[in-house]
Structure formats: structure tokens, C-alpha cells
Design a binder for this molecule. Sequence first.
Ligand code: PBG
Length: 331
Amino acid sequence: MTTTTRLELPSFTRLRRLRATPLLRRMVRETEVTPADFIAPFFVTHGRDVRRPVSSMPGVCQLSVDLLVQEVRALAPLGVPAVLLFGVPASKDPLGSEAYARDGIVQRAVAALKDAVPDMVVITDVCLCEYTDHGHCGVVENGHILNDPTLELLARMALSHVEAGADIVAPSDMMDGHTVAIRRALDAAGHTHTPIMGYSAKFASAFYGPFREAAESAPRFGDRRSYQMDPANGREALREVEADITEGADIVMVKPALAYLDVIRAVRERVPHPLAAYNVSGEYAMVKAAAANGWLDERAITLEILTAIKRAGADLIITYHAADAARWLGA
Ligand code: PBG
């Protein structure tokens, strides 16, 4: 081909110029995922030397405190800065009393972790559903989930976590007014410096299915749609986030992540607060199932998903892939 024929071509944009080599591509990469972005969730259970696999979440187990400490110790050198704890109690009752018991499973786990791995940021999930016999996130009366009577229990739960040593509390119950109730209780006890990570825009999602096996927290009747958000509502998510910030949330969250990237983006554009996204159990399970069948490349797909969540606007990603992804990123 001669120069003359080239000049006769209509003009067009050569975006491939900056894709030619790995170094060029790295120079112009807009989004970088690092292990420092991750928060790793764990399910902690009573007993010693207990490692109970969760069948719908390959690689995830309920762990007793001793084994939890070992796993979290191994996580630290990978550069993952934080863990999020969920408790599997010894027994459940209508008011979820182990949730705010001084010697509850999460309270014990927090104390053990802060003792063994003091630099790791320990975040606790604040919600009653793992602890109540009906499996709902609040106090139940005549089949209704009561809002205001639940607030006091959540505040007690959050305070007991902080007294055990928790660095951040994360209320996921979706009761109205929970953030301010918790903020007041923490402040009144002198914990004015403890941040709250709100599960601000938490949708009533079928993607939580595997989690409910892991945390043994499926509701015994009905569903969570009278308190968690309708997946159809994007604008309402902004109202939830605004309310949460007004009530004292330091970090806000969108959950789930993958089917809600538009919501992550909308929140990112609206508020300057640190934004977390929860790459939930069902998202993890889908990747694991497809990878086990040889249908998807687990490593490539996971890093692509995490990058997309970050590109949408999340600063922090809660993900069951935290340890593996940190290893892949370091490799
Ligand atoms: C507790 C809670 C749930 C999740 C986090 N906290 C379950 C639910 O709301 O039913 C889901 C996390 C996941 O699916 O990975 N309310």
C-alpha cells in the first residue's frame, strides 16, 4: 500500500495506539484494584477446631475462633486490611439475645482477633437475623417486623462489639433510624471515634441465598421486602444513602454490587463519602459454579468483576474472593 492510498482514507481515531504493549496499557489504565481495597467476610462459630464448609460457597467455611485467628493471620501479609465478621450463635430466640451478649460468639472473636492480629481492622456486622429464631432482622409481633423496638437491640449489639474491641460497626438490618440509634449509644459510652459503615442501600436480593446457608439466617416466614429495598429502585437508594449520612454513617455501601453498578455510580456522583460495595454470596457462588464446570476462568472473571465494581465508583469491596484475589494481584 502506498502513502497516497492511505491519505485517501476517511479520518478515524486510532484508539489502538495506546493498547500496543503491556506497558503502554498499564500507563493508561484508569482503574487499579489492590488488596488494600478488600474487606474479607468471615463466619464465626462456637467450638474449637471447627471448620464447617458452606456447600453453596466453595472455599468459605464457618470457623471456630481459633481457626479464624489462623486465617486472619494468613490474610494480613497479603495486604488485605480488614475483615467483616458474622456470628453463628449457640442458640436462637425471638429477641436474638446472643447478638448483644458480652460473651457472644462475635464478641469473643473480636477480642481474640484484636489480641492476635491487632493491626487488622475488625468490622462487625450488626443485624439480628443470625440470632433470632424467626430469622428476621428485627423484633417480630403478629407477623410484622417492628422498627423502633428493634433500634435499642441493635444499639446494644453495636456497643457490645465495640466494647469487645471492634474497630468499625456495620449495621445491615435496614431498620429506619438504626444509624443514629447506634451513633448515640456509642457516643454516650465514650466511643465517639468508632466509625459506622452503613449498609445504606441494601436491596432485597435473591443474591443473598448462599449467605443464608452460611449464616443460618433465612427468614422462617415471609421475606425481607418490608425492610430491604426493592431492586427496581435506583433513586430511592440515594434517599437511603442521604439518610444514612445525615444519621452519622462514615462509610456508605451499596449491596449487592454486580447487578447494581448503576447505583454505585449514582452514589459516587452524589456523595464524597468513602463508598463500599458488597460483592455478595450469590455473585461469588455463580463464579465458583461456572469455574467448577470449566465454563469460566475464575481468576480472570473475578479480577474483571472487582475492577468493574471499582470502576463504577466503589472505594472498598467486600468480597469472599479477597484472599485469592489479593494473591492473584500480588503474583
Ligand atoms: C444480614 C446480612 C445479609 C447479608 C449481609 N448481612 C443477609 C440478608 O440480609 O439476608 C448478605 C451477604 C451476602 O449475601 O454475601 N442481614
